[in-house]
Design a binder for this molecule. Structure first.
Ligand SMILES: Cc1cc2nc3c(=O)[nH]c(=O)nc-3n(C[C@H](O)[C@H](O)[C@H](O)COP(=O)(O)O)c2cc1C
Length: 219
């Protein structure tokens, strides 16, 4: 999309639980010189950053190349003529999902997402709620029909995560993959042999052993 310049990614942090996903995404994108980030944090997102993380808001905002107020509907990213590679909403609340599904462009997050969809660019929504009722599922169907990718931050265990940071990084990696952006943090499935070796090593560490006698291990 922006072939002669940096990859431009819009990031939005909304008021669903898990602003750490957006923060970690920003940290990792900030370390990639060829990526330029454009950030919106809703008032809900500001609240959950305060409730759920130890990050100060100015430090989060400082991770992005450009920051926009939630209600600045004249911002560059509210126009399709401003070229971007797409947008990631991390995490995405049901309220924002609903706004995007119904094109209710009342704030810059929903407007920018609507622009990304109308320009046929990539929109990834890390929708976070549980359990879902039928209305939530219908909204997710609607945005998928319009071209968005619904990517809830569901933990995976096939790569033997050891920490919460590992779980966060894995969800962030999968979203970065959707944009073809990678870094050294990506944990990838390389087949059952590697997975079994990794889970055995984790078990040995958990048991306080450096090694296990051959034959002790059950995959
Ligand atoms: C601590 C906390 C956790 C929340 N978690 C969720 C959640 O996981 N999913 C969700 O859809 N809303 C959640 N909410 C409610 C949203 O913040 C609220 O609906 C807000 O209006 C969303 O607005 P926004 O999308 O413009 O940020 C949470 C609120 C708080 C205070």
């Amino acid at each position: 999309m922006t072939s002669d310049g940096p990859r431009r990614i819009i990031v939005a942090i909304t008021g669903a639980s898990g602003p750490i996903y957006g923060i970690r995404l920003l940290e990792r994108l900030a370390a990639i010189a060829s990526v330029e980030t454009h950030l919106i944090v809703t008032s809900g997102g500001r609240a959950t950053i305060a409730y759920e993380t130890s990050y100060a808001l100015p430090d989060v905002l400082a991770l992005a190349d450009h920051v926009y107020p939630e209600h600045d509907l004249a911002a560059a990213i509210s126009s399709g003529s401003f070229l971007t590679d797409g947008m990631i909403v991390a995490p995405c609340s049901i309220k924002t999902l609903s706004g995007i599904a119904t094109c209710h462009d009342s704030n810059l997050v929903v407007r920018a997402a609507d622009v990304v969809l109308k320009e046929r660019r990539r929109l990834v929504l890390m929708v976070r709620e549980s359990p879902f009722h039928l209305g939530h599922l219908r909204l997710m169907t609607q945005v998928t029909e319009a071209g968005a990718v619904v990517a809830p931050p569901l933990p995976a265990f096939y790569y033997c995560p050891q920490t919460i940071a590992d779980l966060v990084d894995h969800s962030v990696s999968r979203v970065m993959d959707l944009f073809g952006i990678s870094d050294s943090t990506q944990a990838r499935w390389t087949g059952p042999a590697a997975a079994i070796a990794s889970s055995r090593a984790a078990r040995r560490r958990a048991d306080g052993h450096d090694d296990t006698a051959p034959g002790d291990e059950t995959p």
